[in-house]
Design a protein around this ligand. Structure first.
Ligand SMILES: Nc1ncnc2c1ncn2[C@@H]1O[C@H](COP(=O)(O)OP(=O)(O)OP(=O)(O)O)[C@@H](O)[C@H]1O
Ligand SMILES: [Mg+2]
Length: 499
């Protein structure tokens, strides 16, 4: 008998049927993958399992017993732990406090049992193979370590089903492998895992079976060995995708942006490059290479400590993100929640925020034009939402990302800096995002692209500038692209001075 059986689960939000009669089974020690387009219902399904939402219909059997999940605490008490798409940790607290968030071991007087907390924290950190002190502040950890602490937090209770919703969306290849090694150990201990991801290679690597959802319905569930990547994509999007990285033939024009000797202490050292009209320049490098800092300097988030920049021939030195926007430099940040969107606000308001000066006459915002612009964004980016008034937090993760892209596009940029623009976006919608980027450069725009996915960087860039230890190592033309070439420059097995 399976450990978990969910039968005919349905859930509706207003006009949206998020799930319709979805069923699944899960065995102990098994990893079940759930894939589907943005808004297909993946997160909704596991939120029902985690007690965050209550389903309209359906039944759940766990461990041979029919159960009603009416509260997150109930799921936890049964050993069902869900790590949501939005991380739930508290950055200001220590690692140990986060591991035991909500159930700190206490003595009869209510005082925290510090020794026990420290001891158990160390055991948990060992299980997630993370070499940090329990006393360290979470905010000081890198994003991959925080993701592992989420897993550790789940393990701080006796976990039997571990659910992970896009756990790797901000991890690089090495960090993904670390997470997978933790998952394999859990699997060996008999823990059942549900794994949601838009990265099909990961799904093929770690999952025993894969379920495809489309528009809230189950399309098919098969053992991983009985799927091919193409079949999964076709089941997800219901149409063949010929070209995953569409690239329009765009004439390259004049220099739009130039960086000359750009420096930020020792993190970015004397970096020079330019971007021309119609050009997509990839900025490649490993964590710590300085690519993020470089992007942030151009976006006005950090101030360079040396060097100069020009935009369309004019000196450019943004004092703030706002002044960068005013100079028509758009920025798609790496984290849409920390630096991008206001989740409580509507789609309309989020989009209007970047163009207030354009929309307001004498300080009065014209609601009609905001509405029209928001409606157009919904159509252009195929944002799945109840309407322009829907709060961004009611959208699926991928659709939130599309709102962010639409917003940046609204401010009439001449240069767009995009840091992982397709994070959390499904395979079909990615192609559409690349087409949008293609249209932007076709109209003379210039793009600086950072991506945690090397195939994406290679797929749509015209040139790739590689940084290593803060220094520019290579400037590679498209006809010389390959994963090997770029990785060997980034990792330092090749180059060092090719200029
Ligand atoms: N709290 C809510 N209020 C209104 N609509 C919601 C809410 N939660 C989800 N929805 C809607 O239900 C549908 C399914 O959303 P869900 O988050 O499950 O998608 P998903 O498959 O996880 O997508 P993604 O890959 O983008 O994360 C979407 O149309 C979404 O807008
Ligand atoms: Mg989701």
């Amino acid at each position: 008998m399976p450990l978990l059986t969910m039968t005919n689960i349905s859930k509706r939000f207003g006009a949206v049927q998020a799930l319709q009669d979805v069923s699944l089974t899960l065995d102990a020690g098994e990893v079940l993958g759930i894939v589907g387009e943005n808004g297909a219902g993946k997160s909704t399904l596991i939120k029902i399992l985690g007690g965050a939402y209550f389903s309209d219909t359906g039944s759940i059997v766990f461990d041979g017993e029919s159960i009603t999940i009416d509260h997150p605490e109930y799921s936890l008490s049964r050993g069902i732990s869900v790590i949501y798409q939005e991380l739930s940790l508290v950055p200001e607290l220590s690692v140990a406090e986060n591991l035991f968030l909500g159930h700190m071991p206490r003595n009869v007087l209510g005082g925290i049992k510090h020794n026990e907390v420290m001891q158990r924290s160390r055991t948990l950190l060992e299980r997630i193979q993370l070499d940090v002190s329990p006393r360290q502040r979470l905010a000081d950890l890198r994003i991959d370590a925080r993701q592992l602490v989420e897993v550790g937090k789940a393990l701080s209770r006796d976990v039997r089903v571990l659910v992970m919703d896009e756990p790797t969306s901000s991890l690089n290849e090495k960090e993904v492998q670390h997470l997978f090694s933790v998952v394999r150990n859990l699997k060996a201990e008999g823990v059942a895992v549900i794994y949601i991801s838009h990265h099909l290679e990961e799904v093929f690597e770690i999952c025993d079976r894969v379920m495809v959802l489309r528009d809230g319905k189950e399309v098919d569930t098969r053992p991983t060995t009985e799927w091919t990547p193409t079949q999964i994509v076709e089941a997800m999007v219901d149409r063949p995708i010929e070209d995953f990285y569409p690239k329009a033939n765009v004439p390259i024009g004049d220099v739009v942006f130039r960086a000359d000797g750009l420096s930020l202490n020792d993190r970015v050292q004397n970096v020079s490059f330019d971007i021309r009209a119609g050009e997509i320049v990839g900025l490649g490098g490993l964590p710590g290479s300085g690519i993020i800092e470089t992007a942030q300097i151009i976006a006005g988030i950090r101030r360079a400590t040396g060097g100069t920049m020009t935009l369309q021939g004019q000196p450019y030195h943004p004092q703030s993100p706002h002044s960068a926007i005013q100079s028509q430099v758009g920025y798609v940040p790496e984290d849409r929640k920390e630096q991008g969107l206001f989740l409580e606000f509507s789609i309309r308001r989020n989009i209007a925020l970047s163009i207030l000066s354009k929309l307001s006459k004498f300080g009065v915002v014209n609601n009609k034009s905001t509405e029209a612009i928001a409606q157009k964004a919904i159509v252009d980016y195929k944002i799945k939402a109840a309407g322009t008034g829907a709060p961004v937090k009611s959208l699926s993760g991928g659709n939130q990302q599309k709102v962010l892209l639409a917003r940046v596009g609204q401010s009439d940029p001449i240069l767009m800096i995009m840091n992982d623009p397709t994070r959390g976006i499904d395979v079909g919608a990615k192609v559409e995002v690349y087409e949008r980027i293609g249209e932007f450069v076709q109209q003379g725009g210039a793009v600086l692209l950072l991506s945690s996915e090397l195939p994406e960087l290679i797929g749509i860039s015209d040139r790739i500038v590689v940084l290593r230890n803060g220094q520019k190592i290579a400037d590679i033309p498209r006809n010389e692209f390959s994963q090997n070439v770029i990785m060997s420059y980034a990792a330092g097995t090749s180059g060092g001075n090719n200029e």
